[in-house]
Write a protein that binds this ligand. Structure first.
Ligand SMILES: [Zn+2]
Length: 200
């Protein structure tokens, strides 16, 4: 795929994404959820992410798609969003992802929120908010006056069934950790406790 110019103002792209029907967002969130499912099956924190690019012909296509791989890669930065953003930059041939939106199953953490800002993504959409360490909910990173880019946000994105499935992933993970089976170093009692739903 050709790279194309990435000089579209993020605000204009954000408005375009936000003007789409609910089915549009649900389609991408379903893809992110499939990634979260894969992460759960691999014993990773169940997070999935898709980066979608608005194409010049008025369509949209995924340019990055990943799930948490911290355990597999033994890399604390291998969150779903980081991997998907890196893929998107490689696919578009530009680190400025101004014509892209990020769909993630749970609100980004501060590290991933920083990547969204640095990558200048137009929109960050997530299904479940994180009232304990969400980049937006807790740290206000997506509207911070000290940062030079402020993506539009779409919290509570996706169908209710997706939220329930996500809740189940974290519940199962909590049970497993509590039982001491397959203890995941450094992760027990962290992600699952900080799980809010549909709140900005
Ligand atoms: Zn993260």
């Amino acid at each position: 795929m050709t790279a194309g110019p990435a000089n579209v103002p993020p605000a204009e792209t954000a408005a375009w994404f936000l003007a789409q029907e609910p089915a549009f967002h649900e389609k991408w969130m379903a893809m992110a959820l499939a990634e979260a499912r894969a992460a759960a099956e691999e014993g990773e924190v169940p997070m999935g992410c898709v980066v979608v690019r608005r194409t010049p012909d008025g369509a949209a296509r995924p340019v990055g798609r990943a799930h948490n791989s911290v355990e597999a890669l033994k890399d604390p930065t291998a969150h779903a969003e980081m991997l998907a953003i890196t893929q998107a930059a490689a696919a578009t041939g530009d680190w400025r992802l101004t014509d892209c939106a990020l769909y993630v199953t749970k609100e980004p953490c501060p590290m991933c929120g920083g990547a969204v800002v640095l990558g200048r993504l137009a929109l960050a959409a997530w299904a479940a908010s994180d009232p304990k360490r969400g980049a937006h909910t807790v740290f206000g990173m997506f509207s911070h006056p000290g940062l030079n880019h402020r993506p539009a946000v779409l919290p509570g994105c996706g169908p209710a069934a997706a939220l329930e499935e996500l809740r189940g992933f974290f519940r199962a993970r909590r049970r497993r950790d509590a039982a001491g089976r397959e203890a995941l170093p450094g992760s027990a009692g962290t992600e699952d406790e900080a799980f809010g739903f549909g709140k900005a």
